[in-house]
Design a protein around this ligand. Structure first.
Ligand SMILES: C[S@@+](CC[C@H](N)C(=O)[O-])C[C@H]1O[C@@H](n2cnc3c(N)ncnc32)[C@H](O)[C@@H]1O
Length: 403
């Protein structure tokens, strides 16, 4: 029998004060204006159907809308992620800001940050979401925020140029309207998905060209962008519980041959290098493997020993027509905790393992720290030949350099 929780709901003001303290402690909030915005906005009023403790939980999202298969189309983002992105955005009083992907609460934070002289527009592709955002904003005392129903792919040209554009759905590309819609000193904060893994990247205009250059990035998870800008992803089911995904057109995804490869004996290679900062390493691998995909395995498959546990939440894989290699780890005191390694299968296992292990070593030796990457987005037709390891998108290319 489930125990009934009859403890009284906690006071929202007290929960909000606790949330702000915890966001400071956990490096979500680093500035006084963002702290003041989070201390002011009555967050629970934007999640009227959720328990108040959930609305003020740092790391929990609140469901807003799902599709017929139960996939989340809209959520109220977790407070920690919102704080990190608002810090990345560096919003100042008087600014004009566009939020793409609505819900209400983040727009209310934005309004607090831009103050009376600033302007906030929030756009959503979903009528139910934007209607609820409108109701909540009015109810919470933010009638001045402009709500727009539209596909954010085209921006909201009526209000452009914006000092800041903040995207709150996982984007696969950066459409021209977002770059055009920024002021000369404007900044775009966007959760960009690269081969199945998403980073919230703060981009400024690149002084060396007509593109964008990153100033910070942070691991993020978002519902996918819908509409014209939706991701172009390819997936292959190798067998029950084992899937590969990639958004790179040049990567071969031969599901049958790779499934056969999994039945061949595994080749295990150890790098002798430390495994830590997993999100930074994963990003480096995703952008530097010559033929990257993401390998996912279910619990059952991992328990049977077919695939390592590193694939439970997705792991960067290197694939060829008939072979596959992916990262693993083991405890090793000499490397300080864990050592990284590679599992490879198939006729080309040796070559794939060599390439993979070389990257694990290079990262550990040269780039093993936070913030090692600088991203660039170059709009327009892709240059030929394509720069090494550039990620090809519909409207431009993404490149990364490592320091
Ligand atoms: C994570 S929710 C936004 C959370 C919100 N910013 C908040 O205050 O918590 C992502 C939203 O993006 C919207 N969305 C997805 N694709 C879109 C598009 N192409 N244009 C505008 N909105 C889009 C979804 O409908 C969803 O409501």
């Amino acid at each position: 029998m489930t125990a009934i929780d009859d403890s009284p709901a906690r006071d929202p003001d007290a929960l909000r004060a606790d949330m702000v303290r915890a966001l400071r402690d956990q490096d979500g909030i680093n500035s006084e204006p963002v702290a003041a915005a989070f201390a002011t906005v009555p967050r629970h009023r934007f999640a009227p159907d959720a328990p108040v403790e959930v609305a003020y939980d740092l790391h929990r999202t609140v469901p807003v809308k799902k599709d017929e298969n139960g996939l989340e189309l809209s959520v109220m983002s977790a407070a920690h992620l919102q704080a990190v992105m608002l810090e990345q955005a560096g919003i100042e009083p008087g600014m004009k800001v566009l939020e793409i992907g609505s819900g209400g609460v983040n727009a209310a934070y934005l309004q607090e940050l831009v103050g009376k002289q600033g302007e906030v527009t929030t756009v959503d592709i979903d009528r139910d979401v934007i209607d609820q955002a409108r109701r909540c904003l009015d109810d919470a005392g933010y009638p001045q925020v402009r709500t727009v129903l539209a596909d954010g792919e085209s921006g909201v040209p009526g209000g452009a140029p914006y000092d800041r554009i903040m995207v709150t759905a996982a984007a696969w590309d950066i459409p021209p309207s977002w770059i055009r819609g920024l002021t000369a000193a404007g900044r775009l904060v966007v959760p960009l998905t690269l081969c199945g893994t998403t980073r919230s990247i703060a981009f400024d205009r690149d002084p060396d060209g007509d593109g964008l250059v990153s100033r910070s990035y942070s691991l993020a998870r978002f519902v996918p962008m819908q509409g014209e800008g939706a991701a172009e992803e390819r997936k292959a089911m190798l067998r029950e519980g084992v899937a590969l995904q990639t958004d790179e057109v040049r990567v071969p995804l031969n599901g049958q041959a790779l499934n056969r490869a999994l039945d061949t004996p595994r080749l295990e290679r150890w790098s002798g290098a430390a495994y830590d900062l997993p999100d930074e390493l994963e990003l480096y691998l995703t952008l530097n493997l010559s033929s990257p995909a993401r390998l996912h395995a279910s619990n059952d498959v991992v328990e049977c020993g077919v695939v390592e546990a590193s694939a439970l939440f997705g792991v960067p894989a290197l694939v060829s027509e008939d072979s596959i290699a992916y990262r693993t780890r083991r405890e090793n005191e000499d490397t300080g905790g864990f050592e990284s390694g590679v599992i490879a299968h198939g006729p080309g296992a040796e070559a794939l393992a060599d390439e993979y292990v070389a990257l694990l070593r290079r990262w550990a030796h040269d780039h093993r720290h936070r913030g090692a990457a600088t991203f660039r987005y170059l709009p327009g037709p892709a240059p030929t030949p394509l720069p090494q390891n550039a990620v090809l998108r519909r409207h431009g290319i993404v490149t990364a350099t490592w320091h």
